[in-house]
Write a protein that binds this ligand. Structure first.
Ligand code: HEC
Length: 237
């Protein structure tokens, strides 16, 4: 008889506990901080973190996606080395050189002139002095030296590493070498056909360096905002 009361009591208690349960309502959580993490701001300062900084610095030697380190120093030795051995990893195709020409017109022609003779608008107005022609024999520019100069700048000429990505610089480079040949009265190079370009790609040592150029096109080139039409044609391929 006594246990019957007990059983009835327990049943009653459990009914009581369950009766208010409503599937549609939020239920109680025990220790909610075990379910929900603290919402730290990405760049917030909190003492719990090392250096009070939520966002961690990347590990030393980290390389951003779509970016390849450039191995030539910003020094005379680096310049000489690039001039002697650095070669354009992009095939010389009509597309590449046309895009190079468009970019050259945006970034370089204002000083160097449409023909590369050093007589751009800023030279004519004497805003910038000492702009050389690309066929300047004393300078004897090469693919490698042109790239080095775009990357780091040289004296009064600034760096174009922030405005252009790697592929774009090499496209400009093709066009600059064309201008140089033109100024020297040499014949224009024959552009590679698509098949030849593919072969060039698979034989080029440097192909890895430009494999990710689509990503940098999105991330790194600031001229995209200014010139959407231009850049969308750059992104097409
Ligand atoms: C603001 C004007 C200006 C612009 C824009 C400019 N340059 Fe120059 N560039 C110069 C001047 C000035 C020099 C000579 C620097 C020196 O050696 O004193 C020079 C030198 C050069 C040289 C020869 C460097 C050498 O090896 O001696 C090359 C190649 C070159 N520029 C390419 C470019 C390319 C490609 C662009 C566009 C991406 C460009 N420049 C944009 C002013 C400019």
């Amino acid at each position: 008889m006594k246990s019957l009361f007990k059983i009835a009591g327990v049943t009653l208690m459990s009914l009581l506990a369950v009766s208010c349960f409503n599937e549609k309502d939020r239920n109680y959580q025990y220790f909610p901080n075990m379910y929900k993490s603290v919402g730290y701001e990405t760049y917030g300062e909190y003492e719990v973190f090392e250096g009070s900084q939520e966002a961690k610095l990347p590990v030393e030697g980290t390389i951003p996606r779509g970016w390849m380190p450039y191995e030539y120093d910003n020094s005379t030795e680096g310049y000489d080395l690039a001039k002697a051995e650095l070669k354009n990893p992009l095939p010389y195709t009509e597309d590449n050189v046309n895009e190079g020409k468009a970019l050259y017109t945006i970034y370089c022609a204002i000083c160097h002139g449409d023909k590369g003779d050093g007589k751009g608008t800023l030279a004519q107005r004497e805003k910038i002095l000492g702009i050389p022609a690309y066929d300047d024999a004393g300078r004897a520019i090469t693919e490698g030296s042109v790239y080095q100069v775009m990357y780091y700048g040289i004296n009064t000429m600034g760096s174009y590493a922030a405005q252009t990505n790697e592929k774009e610089r090499w496209q400009i480079d093709h066009y600059v070498m064309d201008l140089k040949a033109q100024l020297e009265g040499k014949p224009k190079r024959e552009p590679l056909t698509e098949d030849e370009a593919k072969q060039f790609d698979s034989s080029s040592e440097n192909q890895m360096a430009i494999a990710d150029e689509e990503m940098t096109n999105d991330a790194a080139s600031s001229h995209e905002n200014a010139n959407t039409e231009e850049s969308s044609s750059l992104n097409e391929e």
